[in-house]
Design a protein around this ligand. Structure first.
Ligand SMILES: Cc1cc2nc3c(=O)[nH]c(=O)nc-3n(C[C@H](O)[C@H](O)[C@H](O)COP(=O)(O)O)c2cc1C
Length: 190
């Protein structure tokens, strides 16, 4: 018989948990925002996920002990840059506190003023919808206000602690790069 009490008492080894979670292959995104002074900030995440099409909602989680955390807490909006296979160095730059330098990257500012990196696969501009406690992370829920399909190329992926890309060469025919939000909703996130 299952001893429910004992199973609740079990300690999960953090290293084992990281190794198991690392088996879930993901894309890689850079979240960008602005500080109250207008300074650009950004952080590399693989916790990005779609949530809802109607209303259009996405989420990502950020560790509370990162430098970028406070800026994201204060920000009313942010953007999500979904990275292409050739943006690994950009991803690495925004994954280390000391190296995130917007002067070393090519970007434009979207409607919400947040950075949209050149060469990204796609981008989402969002208003912050909610924040949800996630232990040592905080989950940010965003409502999509604009979305952009950009470079039709292979994605940057992350699996078991290493970067990779998508090997199937028959990439699905992509919708036109200037798809509006309504066209996007019709085609869906499949
Ligand atoms: C592929 C990849 C995915 C990551 N995903 C996340 C994530 O989802 N949430 C998070 O808080 N940190 C994530 N990190 C770590 C942050 O990028 C890193 O801690 C952050 O850049 C620290 O910088 P800061 O303290 O200056 O903000 C990821 C790193 C990499 C390389």
């Amino acid at each position: 018989m299952l001893d429910k009490g004992a199973s609740h008492m079990e300690q999960i080894d953090p290293r084992a948990l990281r190794n198991v979670l690392g088996c879930y292959a993901t894309g890689v995104a850079i979240i960008t925002a602005r500080t109250p002074d207008g300074e650009h900030v950004g952080v590399t995440v693989n916790s990005f996920s779609s949530v809802s099409l109607d209303p259009p909602l996405i989420l990502f989680s950020v560790a509370r002990n990162t430098n970028v955390f406070r800026s994201l807490k204060e920000a009313r909006n942010f953007s999500v840059n979904i990275l292409a296979h050739n943006q690994q160095s950009l991803s690495s730059m925004f994954a280390k506190p000391s190296t995130a330098d917007f002067k070393k990257s090519v970007f434009t500012e979207g409607h919400n003023g947040c950075a949209l990196f050149h060469d990204s696969l796609a981008q989402l501009e969002c208003d912050k919808e909610a924040e949800v406690d996630g232990g040592d992370h905080l989950v940010f829920l965003g409502r999509v206000t604009n979305c952009h399909l950009r470079t039709p190329t292979k994605p940057l992926l992350f699996f078991r602690g290493a970067y990779g890309t998508y090997s199937r060469d028959q990439l699905r025919a992509l919708p036109p790069a200037d798809s509006s939000l309504s066209e996007f909703s019709v085609t869906g996130w499949g």
